[in-house]
Design a binder for this molecule. Structure first.
Ligand code: FMN
Length: 323
């Protein structure tokens, strides 16, 4: 399959693995890239720019294919050392950056000067157009189904993607709810140039997370996610568990008065316990509705090969017969 996204990033298949906190390490990024997709290391999971530089170098020993780094701009009182992370990316020779969370404008001149392509993750047409206008090379359009932060507009991909296709000139990938060949063909039909998957890539052999996390994804249905932090306008879609029920109970009780400090124990610093130690009730972790479509734990290559092969059958056989 050849699309504007495969051309832009020099990859074989139009399939990207979105940055994921404590999941997007070199093991996963290199496995996705080796399978012909675009693997992405999650920058902020590395506590310092020096550690990110090491992770990039480690990934390079595991693949000679292109891979990217995710830079998530968080609303933080004391922001991470973003200039340091950007330096690590440039010096590490990474040529693709996935930005998310906030407008990346400030960093674009430096990144572009070093020949780095930027794909910005957006949850609305408005933000996607902004990304296009400031010079991003592509966008990743994240629908309401997505794991993580779907924004506050609640527009699902069946509407969001054709809206994006109508408005955008730069290439874009469909993100949120993407799991298999049907997702890829649907994404292309709706006007996207490929797809980005988060949750689905956690349930792969190479994802460097505890087996409990993969088992939870296989066991979950599409009804098992919850939205937290809605009252704070920082909505996150997470897997339901005891901590999330407790958090939602606090949100219900406190109503509009709820503050981040009230729910911090269910949110802050919980990823190592969940992803590394498999303590599945330790807190809220991002997960998409797409969990309902995950029934196995293949290697990244098996997953990507299956998606591409089945997509070809859908296009050549099932769809053509409709005509
Ligand atoms: C466990 C987990 C952690 C994530 N962490 C980040 C992150 O740190 N930065 C980011 O930009 N997106 C993050 N995301 C969002 C993904 O990159 C991707 O946009 C999203 O998962 C797509 O929806 P899907 O899960 O339905 O495939 C995360 C998603 C998950 C499931």
């Amino acid at each position: 399959m050849k699309t504007r996204i495969t051309e832009l990033f020099g990859i074989e298949h139009p399939i990207i693995q979105g940055g994921m906190h404590f999941v997007g390490l070199a093991e996963l990024a290199s496995a996705v890239s080796n399978a012909g997709g675009l693997g992405i290391i999650t920058g902020l999971t590395q506590r310092t720019p020096e550690l990110l530089a090491k992770e990039i170098a480690r990934c390079r020993t595991m693949t000679d294919k292109p891979f990217g780094v995710n830079l998530t701009f968080l609303p933080a009182v004391t922001p991470p050392d973003y200039p340091g992370y950007v330096r690590a990316i440039i010096e590490g020779g990474v040529k693709i950056v996935e930005t998310a969370g906030n407008n990346p404008q400030k960093w674009l001149p430096t990144l572009r000067e070093h020949g780095i392509k930027v794909i910005h993750k957006c949850t609305s047409v408005r933000h996607a157009l902004k990304a296009e206008s400031i010079g991003c090379d592509a966008v990743s359009v994240d629908g309401f189904e997505c794991g993580g932060h779907p924004g506050e507009d609640d527009v699902p991909n069946m509407i969001l993607l054709p809206r994006a296709a109508d408005e955008l000139k730069i290439p874009f990938v469909a993100s949120g709810g993407m799991a298999d060949a049907r997702s890829l063909v649907a994404a292309l039909a709706l006007g996207a140039d490929g797809m980005n998957m988060g949750t689905r890539f956690i349930a792969t052999k190479e994802a460097p997370v505890h087996e409990h996390v993969k088992a939870a994804l296989v066991a979950a249905s599409e009804l098992d996610t919850r939205l937290v932090m809605r009252p704070l306008r920082n909505t996150e879609r997470v897997m339901k568990n005891a901590a999330v029920e407790r958090l939602l109970e606090k949100e219900r009780a406190l109503g509009a008065n709820v503050k981040f400090e009230d729910i911090i124990s269910e949110l802050a610093g919980v990823y190592p316990a969940i992803m590394q130690r498999g303590e599945m009730d330790a807190g809220a972790w991002s997960c998409g509705m797409v969990a309902g479509l995950i029934h196995d734990v293949p290697t990244c290559k098996e997953l990507i090969d299956r998606i591409v092969a089945e997509a070809e059958v859908i296009i050549r056989e099932r769809l053509i017969r409709v005509l």
